[in-house]
Design a protein around this ligand. Structure first.
Ligand code: HPA
Length: 236
């Protein structure tokens, strides 16, 4: 057990999928894994371990925002030996050519700060996806008839952001979308020699203000879980 995860040693698989919402972790584990058991419920942050095509997999919530994700990713990596961590989440599109429901593979994740900024000090570190996962996810998505956008995203500390000037610079510099977790996930993976990737579906379109319905969010989440599972083991 760690401070935030009630699992026993050996309860967590080397491959971990991380949705933000703990109830999505429950739903995905029950829908896609065999031999599922709940391995964490501390503070309502649910984690499940089971098998997918015979491979051990854990699906564990990250919570919203980098401080929350950092707690779980640190403990999953350092205390339980997670090696491949794939975030599956939603994002807000920042470019006009990106549409609701589109798939985004985050090659890099810019930010203003992350929980790791204090140790990185004056270094502007570039949090980057693992290439083997990125390449596999693009191949898996294309084989399913999708055309994923692959590029830079922005990991924000604020959902209700009151910095339109910052958005302008993101758009100007080709940032595809905004979410709130990937930069810290990539930074921790780099620090501990793990593989990480964020697979995102566009749930909001910032330039137009359009949003996905909850039914569409559910369907896109299900597609992302399948892509994440195929990616994890295509590139292992
Ligand atoms: N901002 C931050 N995170 C998000 C958004 C957004 O607009 N949409 C989905 N995740």
């Amino acid at each position: 057990m760690t401070i935030h995860i009630g699992a026993e040693p050996g309860d967590i698989a080397e491959t971990v999928l991380m949705p933000g919402d703990p109830l999505r972790a429950k739903w995905a584990a029950e829908a896609f894994l065999d031999n599922v058991r709940c391995i964490n419920q501390v503070r309502g942050m649910l984690g499940y371990t089971g098998t997918w095509n015979g491979h051990p997999v854990t699906i564990h919530g990250s919570g919203m925002g980098m401080p929350s994700l950092s707690i779980y990713a640190n403990e999953l990596i350092r205390d339980y030996g997670a090696k491949t961590l794939i975030r599956v989440g939603s994002c807000g599109a920042m470019q006009p050519h990106i549409h609701l429901r589109d798939l985004i593979l985050a090659m890099s994740a810019s930010s203003v700060t992350t929980p790791s900024s204090t140790i990185l000090r004056d270094l502007t570190f570039a949090p980057t996806a693992d290439f083997s996962l990125l390449e596999a996810a693009a191949t898996v998505a294309r084989a399913r008839g999708l055309a994923p956008h692959v590029g830079g995203i922005y990991s924000s500390d604020t959902f209700y952001d009151e910095r339109p000037d910052l958005d302008e610079q993101m758009v100007r510099h080709g940032i595809l979308a905004v979410e709130m977790e990937a930069a810290e996930l990539y930074t921790l993976a780099a620090r501990y020699g793990c593989r990480a990737l964020a697979i995102l579906t566009v749930s909001d379109h910032l330039p137009s203000g359009d949003r996905l319905s909850s039914k569409d969010r559910e369907q896109s989440f299900s597609d992302m879980i399948e892509i994440a599972l195929q990616t994890a083991f295509a590139s292992a």
